[in-house]
Design a protein around this ligand. Sequence first.
Ligand code: TMP
Length: 210
Amino acid sequence: MSGRFVTLEGGEGAGKSTLLAGLRAHLEAHGVDLLLTREPGGTALGEAVRALVLDPALRDTCAESELLLMFAARAQLVRAVIRPALAADRWVLCDRFTDASYAYQGGGRGQPAERIRELERWAAEDLQPDLTLLLDLPVADGRARAAGRGDADRIEREQDDFFERVRAAYRVRAAEFPQRFRVLDASQPPERVLADAIAALAPLFDGSMR
Ligand code: TMP
């Protein structure tokens, strides 16, 4: 059984954490040697970057700095965590990856896609997921769910039009890479979303598992 790289994407309040917990339980019950990680984060450097990019006090962070910080965290995660795990035939389930930069820094902040593509090539070693699950939900629904989670971070403080652009950019990515993307209707009950996600994972299993 060789390693697999699965990423999970979506806007605020789309149910990523619930789905991650369900997928983890499912995969581990099927004997998958699973590594769960997240972006930005997953390494000491990445978690420090995460604290910076989400800090509401740093509200004048420019889009260029934000983009570079995301890729600084990613460069470390790819080299120190994801590649070694895949090389050891583990599965990696990552809460967000480069598609988030296309959606948030590209769609949300207007950074040109070719600039992100260039960073993806060298900073992220052009690593592409085997499967990307996109939890898609109308912005208002996601924001209603996310409300009441306590203090909003710097990015959560953005306005609805920002999150509309993020959602649109994610959908463009999904349409551009239909082979690896599965768009899940996140307005369904959590158990339906999990069932859809499990069905999407099925092709990743080879003959050694069922
Ligand atoms: P979350 O993991 O709790 O969703 O928080 C991560 C935040 O960082 C979320 O608002 C999305 C944002 N983000 C980007 O803007 N660009 C990126 O490349 C990544 C990985 C995350």
